[in-house]
Design a protein around this ligand. Sequence first.
Ligand code: GLV
Ligand code: MN
Length: 204
Amino acid sequence: ADPEPVQDFCVAAAKTAGADGQATFPGFPCKPESTVVSDDFFFAGLSQSGAAAANDSPFGSAVTAGNVEAFPGLNTLGVSINRVDLAPGGVNPLHSHPRAAELVHVIAGEMLVGFISTAGKFYSKMVGEGESFVIPRGMVHFQYNAARNGTARAVTVFNSQLPGVVLAAPSLFGAEPEVPDAVLAKSFQVDGEIIKLLKSKFQN
Ligand code: GLV
Ligand code: MN
């Protein structure tokens, strides 16, 4: 979904002190090719298990991002990768990616993977080790480990260097500044007490 590259690569330059790291279209500024080394095209960040972090999280999940911010060599290449670890009963909670389709490839255990289309149809599948499921761009989706014991693990691959993520519940109930209770109550067709309860779960 990202723009086509117009050169072989454009390894993102390290953020300089004082710079805010804001991306410029179509990505980040390139570092000079004379300073590019093989390690710029290498990323080991997904080698560490997220199982402990998943256990510690209230959702029972941990997502380790391999996007351009973690892996500067991806800049302008239109791809990225994450690792998803799910504890037993854990869910990578409902979210969407505004800039990419997502290919979910399960590498351990099995998980229920699903998304909801713009027509309001729910598509889902139990996906086992070695199997894949694709989430169309922008669709709200999740991964859920229904097992009572046994972790599950997937790699997810995106056709964007920075897919972006909108977490459904935190974006609505944990936004800063707050979305007015009246807007949420009317939108969800519930009374304000329910909105206050939901906000209490997602506000820091
Ligand atoms: C999984 O849905 C991910 O975004 O990595
Ligand atoms: Mn996702």
